[in-house]
Ligand binder design. Structure first.
Ligand SMILES: [Zn+2]
Length: 143
């Protein structure tokens, strides 16, 4: 499968970048609303692209959905002095890595991300969770 780069006007190979762009900002907004009972839920997305090997122009893109929840024990966050304060929970992206299965025997190449989310409470580390999502390279949209 060949692709024509709109800038180079020629058939080029596509390089899939190593980094995923995780929307960290929207993460915080979603989080505050999502402390419910024993769960802290979060959802965000990561954008991955495929770029022209000659000029770097973005040619393919996909948005991967990342969501999950941490189970928490509300008693742990409660003291006689301070009630559980949902606004003190924060999700931070500890690490994000691209995954690439390479071309499989059936010709399908899966591209994805694995992101480590840290759960913080009042700036104190509580827990970590890895979330992953992937898409077939052939199913990525044209830019
Ligand atoms: Zn190009």
């Amino acid at each position: 499968m060949s692709n024509i780069c709109p800038t180079c006007k020629t058939f080029v190979s596509i390089n899939y970048e190593k980094e995923a762009k995780v929307k960290e900002d929207s993460l915080l907004g979603a989080l505050f609303a999502d402390v419910e009972g024993n769960e802290v839920r979060f959802s965000t997305s990561a954008r991955i692209t495929g770029n022209c090997e000659n000029c770097g122009e973005e040619m393919k893109e996909a948005t991967l959905e990342l969501d999950g929840h941490f189970d928490i024990d509300p008693d742990k966050f409660w003291s006689p002095d301070s009630d559980l304060n949902p606004t003190k929970f924060k999700i931070e992206v500890d690490r994000s890595e691209r995954t690439d299965s390479g071309e499989g025997s059936n010709g399908t190449r899966m591209l994805g991300v694995v992101v480590s989310f840290d759960l913080m409470y009042d700036d104190e580390y509580i827990d970590t969770m890895d979330v992953t999502d992937e898409i077939a390279a052939s199913e990525m949209s044209d830019c």
